[in-house]
Design a protein around this ligand. Structure first.
Ligand code: NAI
Ligand code: 15L
Length: 268
């Protein structure tokens, strides 16, 4: 049966807030968790992924988990280790113990950020491109994907790892024209990842069907994802403001963009 009760970790964050707004329309009953309380959501679980007991209690009885919680930018390794590596391990262990059989893991383009972006007639980046993390943050997403593979092979716990491009209400940079995922398409992809059968551990690229797409969406479409949006209507204005990407600028040459040269730093 399709999952109904879904734990959404990281529910206070940018993506969590967007998805809290849309996913109930698909019939999901969301249980929310975050380190930070959420205005207007008194039932949300306020817990740190470091708290194994709290995490185990949070996963008890849900049909599936969307795992967004963690440090979403670059940070010192020790912080990444605690929140993203140990935290994701705690969540998987809790899911195994409580018999939850499907997780959708928010991986990132930064797991493969050093991959050169296609130029000219170059083929799109395939989903099995070698890992090339661009930050400790991206490295933690590589760990999460491997953890997911391990829990599938060892314990039969299924995961869809979504290498999200940039999921924000609108693209705000020329790079984002290529990796943007509209919030509506984000919800479509999460819904597909929750409901597709026999996913084992599947890695997919998470973006809209952008005209300037850099990566291949085949594995996402195979889950039943049909993106409806394209960043192109935003292109003219962004290019007029910022100029075209310069292939000689290292921050423009690879999928991970400015994370290679000047990554945004996690604020706390
Ligand atoms: P965000 O930083 O806005 O939200 C992350 C949330 O996780 C925050 O509310 C934070 O309080 C919570 N959190 C952090 N450490 C925690 C811990 N130890 N225990 C419990 N909660 C904790 O990030 P955003 O943009 O909403 O991203 C969500 C997820 O998607 C992240 O895992 C991020 O790496 C991933 N992602 C997002 C992309 C995007 O375009 N928004 C692109 C690629 C990946
Ligand atoms: C990410 O992984 C970050 O979490 C998000 O804040 C964006 O910076 C995104 O990648 C991006 O590459 O634009």
């Amino acid at each position: 049966p399709a999952p109904r009760t879904v734990l959404l970790t990281g529910a206070a964050g940018g993506l969590g807030t967007l998805m809290r707004g849309i996913l109930p329309d698909y019939g999901y009953d969301l249980r929310l968790l975050d380190l930070r309380p959420i205005d207007g959501e008194p039932d949300a679980i306020v817990a740190d992924l470091a708290d194994r007991d709290a995490v185990r209690e949070a996963v008890r009885g849900v049909d599936a988990i969307i795992h967004l919680a963690g440090i979403s930018l670059e940070a010192p390794f020790e912080k990444i280790l605690k929140a993203n590596i140990e935290g994701t391990y705690h969540l998987y262990e809790a899911a195994r113990e409580e018999g939850v059989t499907r997780i959708v893991f928010a991986s990132s383009n930064h797991a493969v950020g050093y991959t050169p972006r296609p130029q000219g007639d170059d083929p799109l980046i395939p989903v099995d491109t070698p890992r090339r993390p661009d930050t400790f943050y991206g490295l933690s997403k590589c760990f999460g994907e491997d953890l997911a593979q391990f829990y599938w092979d060892k314990h039969g716990l299924e995961t869809v790892s979504v290498r999200i491009g940039s999921c924000f209400p609108e693209p705000t940079s020329v790079r984002m024209l290529s990796v943007w995922m509209s919030p509506a398409d984000g919800a479509r992809l999460l819904h597909a990842a929750l409901t597709a059968e026999n996913v084992g551990h599947t890695v997919v690229h998470g973006s809209s069907a952008n005209t300037r797409l850099w990566w291949d969406l085949t594995s996402a479409r195979a889950l039943g994802y049909e993106p409806q949006d394209d960043s192109e209507p935003f292109a003219e204005k962004l290019i007029a403001e910022q100029g075209e990407l310069d292939p000689d600028n290292p921050a423009h040459a690879c999928l991970g963009g400015h994370f290679l040269t000047d990554p945004p730093i996690w604020p706390y």
